[in-house]
Design a protein around this ligand. Sequence first.
Ligand code: HEM
Ligand code: HEM
Length: 434
Amino acid sequence: MIFQRINNIFPGKRVMALGTFLTIAIGCSNNKGPNNSLTHDLTKMVCPMTPENHGKNLNNTKKSKMKIHCFVLLLFFATWESVEAKDVCVEGFVMDKYCIDLGVLLDNRAVRTLENPEKHSVHCLVDVNLCLNTEFNILLPNPSGSPAFALALRLDGAGKQMAIDKARVSGICRSCAGGGTIEHGFRGTFIGSIAEEATSSKPALMAVKRMEVSPKAFNQSSLDDGCAGFDRMNLTLITDVAGFEKPSIAHGSLMIIGWGFLLPTGVASARLLKHRPNALWFKIHRIVQVLGLIVAVCGWGVALHNFDVFSGPGTTSYSHGVLGMTVMVLGLLQPFNALIRPHPPEAGEKKALARLIWEIVHKSSGYIAVVLAAVTICFGTFVICCHNTEFRAAWIVTLAWVLCFSIYCAFDGYKYRKQTANMSASYKKKEDMS
Ligand code: HEM
Ligand code: HEM
């Protein structure tokens, strides 16, 4: 067990040498090894302070010390080169960490990554920076019989590069050499040693020495996995992959509440409730907008902390991210520009130029932000891995609410104006009569 660990830390040929060295060192420090063991004999030979050696003259001790050191050194170097850490062979689907975390294939959102890795395109793996810039994993079938594959290995830098090169030679993609035949489900046979053991959430890391395209990549039903003649390793499989699912749901929900429900409601009240006394519109606008922005900032934080859509342009996620950043910047500027707004004109007064400019800036960026947010939310319901239908339904409900609230406010305004007109007409009539 200890040697296995040492082997992982010092892969290659050093383990036995280290083992011999340690055995002798332990024997020396005990000054008495087990009587019938090789350790005892070696210890007797190499340790000047063992009871057997004690009492011999100093000269002899010095000589034997020299011999011992030479012997240990020779042993160390002899075994250093002669012991080879065992190479293992693993064959499976090569999958980028981005598609694993996303939960669905980036270029085919209807497919769950771990359920159908055979549908993962070579294009997604090696053309799209979002995927290309993440770690590559090897997937193996889940032994529990679950339809979802499990994470079996992480590839080191060399292994990843070999996989990319081989995929570009044998695959069909934008950056491929041409002449390849594999369009989906790229699989590889990897030979190397385990450089890091698996943890509860991370599969083991393989220091890859050789990699070939798996025969199964050309023919899924092939029984040959390319590992003949090598040890197949018993790997610790990671079956519980949390990925982006929870953060995506949190982010999507917060954004629908903030930008789908609260902020448009506040805008509608500013636009359509100005007829109500005591500046009701302003009270609603101020409170609801601040609340909406707080919720949206929380959703933004979740996105920035968990996702990384900006390393690969040209995807829906990237467009969603860019739109989302624009919306957030526009939204966050609103309360700050509202803080420095010039006073509105008093009754009968002309509107000051500064106030006019502020109104144009605040109103236009407010409307642009709300409209862009609607587009961003639509994109969001496509890029999210799961519950797409539920999110679309929630989005339609919030849109319906904003529409109903606006119609109600507009109708209220119409009634109010009609009442005022009636009142002033009857007042004028009374005045005329008197
Ligand atoms: C106006 C509202 C929204 C804004 C401002 C917004 C903003 C963002 C931003 C800035 C990112 C990229 C973060 C990064 O990579 O650092 C992002 C990613 C994401 N957003 Fe939104 N979002 C909004 C609405 C939604 C909605 C409603 C959903 C789901 C229903 C959603 C789902 C996602 C997902 C799944 C990602 C990660 C995409 C990927 O990794 O491929 N977003 N969002
Ligand atoms: C919490 C800080 C905010 C304050 C104090 C504030 C204040 C105001 C005021 C005084 C007006 C009336 C302008 C006028 O008609 O004379 C207004 C209108 C408006 N605000 Fe805000 N606002 C805030 C936040 C926001 C945010 C976050 C948005 C949108 C993202 C927004 C969007 C709008 C829009 C679109 C209008 C124009 C409504 C119309 O057509 O009359 N405001 N705001």
